[in-house]
Design a protein around this ligand. Structure first.
Ligand code: ASP
Length: 434
């Protein structure tokens, strides 16, 4: 049985964190494949190595002096090496990188060095073999993963070496150049490795004990979730749960490999298990998430419901401006198109005028909307949740502007004025979960 064990930046921020990682890895013989992010923040006002590297690249680009930033990067790696007495010449790797800085270094290459150097140091510390992600996570020139080549390369590297450390967040193009994933992408690297090696578990270690049932910045001490399905997590992540990179679940989900979110600072806590099917629990609601900054275009036209193709024509206007749509609640002669404000702000007036001119419809815009998603696999076919939601909102005098429920009954989404957002979350949490 094998486990892929991925550590995020906060688990790798200092020599103390490196020691915790070593203890975790050594406490379970199945932990033979380790993925690391770059050194993260030591305190809340510290700067991540990845951010320093982006800043360094900007300095190089605009020919601004960069020695102070370089020194910050350099000293973080050397300090960990020295404190832990790691027998590895990280100074040489850093000197090589320094020599490359003025040779038109690409942003992707430079930023990927955060993970690269962290993995070098960690592999020496654990006594595992370093495998460069550019040789095993293989992309085509459009940035799509080549599944077959990647699978073969990873299997070969693992079979040859037995215990490996792989840097997250990047891979290689066919010519060996670096392709960087989007921010937080080391989660995805771990998931790809888990799939290719068909492991029994993908562990993702951070500084929190798994998923909370609501945003801890708004709800005091929210419950932690023991088990959650991939689908529920997708709904909650989409609505603002910042747990894993959103692409993470796709590789492991296809093989039903569970993801266990764990806390490096509290390794005995079971964390959260994410999988295809979870056991039924008493709780109807798994989590409540939400986001402000939505805009709704209410489109109204008499006899619209008899006009074949009306909806298509309206939606094609949004498509023309490359706006992605989140929800479309509908009435008889009206429907609303709800999108995130950021996506639409550039073309808001063009969209309104196209709807008026091309469809002959009226448009009422509400750009002060917050959405709240109440998510739970156990809601299906059970009564009472909607009743609870609406009586809670009614008792507080909060106007519910939008109601939407997906066909799978996995979530109920309500829209309220942005000013009522926090109040809504708190009230629904205490009625439905707390
Ligand atoms: N270090 C990268 C970031 O900060 C990637 C990662 O941590 O997954 O986004």
């Amino acid at each position: 049985m094998l486990v892929v064990t991925k550590f995020g930046g906060s688990s790798l921020s200092s020599s103390t964190q490196f020691q915790k990682v070593k203890n975790i890895v050594e406490s379970d013989v199945r932990r033979k494949i380790v993925v690391v992010s770059a050194l993260g923040k030591r305190t809340s006002d510290d700067t991540k190595i990845t951010d320093l590297l982006y800043i360094l690249h900007a300095h190089l680009k605009y020919s601004v002096k960069y020695n102070d930033i370089w020194e910050m990067i350099y000293s973080r790696y050397v300090e960990i090496k020295e404190k832990l007495n790691i027998n590895y010449d990280i100074e040489q790797d850093l000197a090589d990188l320094y020599a490359e800085l003025n040779k038109n270094i690409s942003k992707d290459y430079l930023v990927s060095r955060g993970e690269y150097l962290t993995a070098k140091l960690m592999s020496a510390y654990l006594g595992y073999t370093f495998i460069d992600a550019k040789d095993v996570i293989l992309f085509d020139y459009s940035g799509n993963l080549n599944d077959e080549l990647t699978q073969n390369a990873i299997r070969e590297a693992f079979e040859k070496n037995g215990k490996i450390v792989v840097p997250g967040f990047y891979g290689g193009y066919p010519n060996g150049e670096i392709h960087l994933l989007s921010r937080g992408g080391s989660d995805v690297t771990g998931s790809i490795l888990a799939k290719c090696l068909q492991v029994s578990l993908y562990e993702n270690w951070t500084d929190v004990s798994g998923v909370f049932a609501a945003d801890p910045r708004i709800i005091d001490n929210p419950k932690s979730v023991k088990e959650i399905t991939y689908k529920e997590l997708r709904e909650l992540s989409y609505m603002g749960f910042n747990v894993l990179h959103e692409e993470t679940i796709f590789p492991v989900r296809s093989l039903n490999i569970p993801i266990n979110l764990k806390n490096t600072n509290d390794p005995l806590h079971p964390g959260t298990l994410i999988k295809n099917e979870c056991s039924d629990t008493e709780e109807l609601i798994t989590g409540i998430a939400g986001k402000k900054d939505f805009i709704s275009f209410d489109i109204v036209k008499n006899h619209m419901s008899n006009e074949i193709g009306f909806l298509r024509k309206a939606l094609s206007i949004f498509e023309k401006y490359n706006v992605s749509i989140d929800h479309i609640p509908s009435g008889i002669d009206s429907f609303s198109v709800i999108c995130s404000t950021n996506n639409v702000s550039k073309y808001k007036y063009e969209i309104i005028s196209d709807i008026k001119n091309e469809l002959g419809a009226d448009v009422i815009v509400d750009d002060d909307l917050a959405l709240v998603a109440i998510v739970g696999r156990n809601m299906k076919c059970k009564s009472g949740v909607c009743g609870n939601i609406f009586s809670t909102m009614g008792n507080l005098g909060i106007n519910v502007k939008i109601i939407a429920q997906g066909p799978s009954e996995l979530s109920i989404i309500i829209g309220v004025e942005a000013k009522d957002y926090e109040k809504t979350l708190k009230a629904l949490y205490s009625t439905l979960i707390g």
